[in-house]
Design a protein around this ligand. Structure first.
Ligand code: ZN
Ligand code: ZN
Ligand code: ZN
Ligand code: ZN
Length: 228
């Protein structure tokens, strides 16, 4: 495993794997850990065989998620899931682009044809489908999604499960090389601004410009703190 290669955790078996190995691993691990599938809080009811989608979500080379979603879950649910884990700062607008069609949280018919997110994944996705999610039309965070595979499985209805996630990337303080815990949103524009606690106290822009370093592609953007 190269030092630069992104690694992550499989939440079905707690295994650590490289980004490249994760898709294949999950296809086997899902079958082995079938009894563990379900809502951790026990609210979702597992039905008989239902169609599911294996989704890979990428926000940057270092930020990725593997989800499994039942075909009757909606784009609106997927949007809420992505906001919760990676995106939500101030309730910005968002949409999905699937094959050139826009599905928006608040569809407008004014200047472009938009459909509602209240539609089941099974009606808009198929195997191999690539699509895009856009959060915030100002300081935009764009996510690339892909249907890696589909299967029939005992899986809860209208449910999305997080099955793997990248481990937090190690980012060094620009001043001293210690692990960064804050990022200056001013300096981030010039590709810097990563700071450890000690160096942030003397940072020229002031600490009101700093946001916490969090495991998300929206780290350092708008007011994102990782606490939705
Ligand atoms: Zn696993
Ligand atoms: Zn915001
Ligand atoms: Zn430092
Ligand atoms: Zn700064």
């Amino acid at each position: 495993m190269s030092k630069l290669e992104s690694t992550g955790t499989c939440f079905l078996c707690s295994g650590k794997l490289s980004k490249r190995a994760m898709s294949k691993h999950l296809q086997n691990c899902r079958v082995k850990s079938a009894d563990k599938v379900g809502d951790p809080k026990g609210k979702a009811k597992v039905q008989g065989a239902t169609q599911t989608f294996h989704l890979l979500v990428e926000g940057s080379p270092m930020h990725w998620l593997h989800l499994e979603a039942s075909a009757d879950a909606t784009l609106e649910q997927l949007d809420a899931f992505l906001r919760n884990i990676w995106l939500e700062c101030c309730g910005h607008l968002s949409d999905f682009d699937i094959g050139g069609v826009t599905y928006a949280g608040m569809p407008s018919s004014d200047y472009r044809e938009e459909r509602s997110m209240k539609i089941a994944l099974g009606r808009v996705l198929g195997k191999g489908q690539k699509f895009r999610h856009t959060y915030d039309y100002g300081s935009t965070t764009r996510l690339d999604l892909k249907v890696v595979s589909t299967r029939e499985a005992a899986f809860p209805a209208r449910f999305i499960q997080l099955q793997a996630r990248n481990d937090p990337p190690e980012i060094a303080c620009c001043e001293c090389g210690a692990p960064a815990v804050l990022v200056c949103t001013q300096c981030l524009w010039d590709g810097g601004g990563w700071l450890c606690k000690a160096c942030s106290r003397n940072h020229e822009c002031g600490d009101e410009m700093c946001l916490p370093v969090v495991n998300s592609p929206r780290c350092g953007v708008c007011g994102y703190t990782g606490e939705a």
